[in-house]
Design a protein around this ligand. Sequence first.
Ligand code: PRP
Length: 216
Amino acid sequence: MEEKRYLTFALGKGRLAKKTLQLFEKIGITCQEINDPDTRKLIFVNEELKLRFFLAKGPDVPTYVEYGAADIGIVGKDTILEEARNIYEVLDLGFGKCRMCICGPESARDLLQHHEQIRVATKYPRIAKDYFYNKKHQTVEIIKLNGSIELAPIVGLSEVICDIVETGTTLRENGLTVLEEVCPLSARVVVNQVSMKMENERITKLIRDLKKVISE
Ligand code: PRP
């Protein structure tokens, strides 16, 4: 019999990775080493199932998958939209649920309704651009930031932000509010387009198994 090749998974580091590994355990895919908090190893192997896993920065996951360095990726919908890579999105895992929103002080609500030329700070310039230009037909200036986006309207860098809202605590504690909703978000499974054809049987089975446990 022909030796199976490794299927490689790229997992977005952080919140999603932990939940993803718990879900994989439920379908019989385990990888002990990856759970060791002290390890500096970058790649983990399950010899028996011929699987490999690595953790990457979220925005890099679609890149690894597009180029085939990973067959499968687990990443947030926000990152999929922002990176806009040529990959297949095959499954909504139903966790990591949150929303992409336009937020700001209550006083900024008017500026959104009257199509004023405003500044929008965000870690997601493509999503913000698509929302304002293609959906709202409002011309805005987009300012790219790398984190703590809520600071921008507080210190006067922008009128509003386009950012992820999960519990709403960060907004509340900083006197900001959701002004408009862009789209719902959650963790998704993405697949390399060639792998989907070449390893169709294994990947389809994996998706089927995952679907089964998430619907339980
Ligand atoms: C995200 C997001 C918000 C916060 C929302 O930031 O950008 O700041 O979480 O969560 P909440 O609604 O539950 O308060 P993250 O912690 O990923 O860090 P960042 O500010 O560096 O982007």
